[in-house]
Design a protein around this ligand. Sequence first.
Ligand code: GSH
Length: 231
Amino acid sequence: MASVGQLHMLFTCPFCWKVRSLLEHLNLEFETIQINPLKQKKSLPSAPEWVKVPVWVENDGEIYVDSTPIMKHIDNNFNEGKLWKSTNEKRRDEWMEWVDLRLSKATIPILYGSIGSALKTTLMVSKLEKFGFFSKRIYAWAGFPIMWGIIARTRVKKDGRKPKKLWHDLLTEFTDEFNGSPFFGGDNPDLVDIAAFGYVRSISPYVQFKELEDHAEGMKWYRAVEETLKT
Ligand SMILES: N[C@@H](CCC(=O)N[C@@H](CS)C(=O)NCC(=O)O)C(=O)O
């Protein structure tokens, strides 16, 4: 199958993992353009109006931005909107908002919430992303005090819970909403499942993922969604 579009992305960006997971779930061929995080503002096809990743460029040249709208578009265009279709739109919309608000905010605390984890994460990010020779080294050592000291610490303090507890609470809240079904979407994952999965998956390259792995219900769901992706 020919590629249906290009995903401009950062490897470590949770929003990009949402879109990648959907493309893989739908078994679509696509090209990934991994950008240099320090050159993002210049290199994105949507700039200067939109300088965030992911950016989706479809084969007809049309540009789409913002992960959830991109997901809805891809589902609509290549899958007859089946994953967004719902018999309870109010529930679906509320939970998509919950996923985008709550799960997106929980990734930084678990990855950067303590000085040790912040250092590990920053070193890993410097390996995974396409930095230049010097910027890679600068980022690895200068990035973590910023992420830990300024961003993560404030978030952890504001929430009051340890990052692991926060994730366990969120996974419980989410899986409780399944009402006995294997997925939020019922017998099969829907767009809310795939979006939530994308956020969780963005933590999977890091050692901190093991803190999520002992949430039994959460992992049962996570592995079940993973099974549905193209291998
Ligand atoms: N609401 C956007 C958020 C995207 C976003 O914040 N991406 C980050 C990377 S994880 C980014 O590009 N930040 C650069 C910036 O805000 O200038 C989405 O869901 O796509």
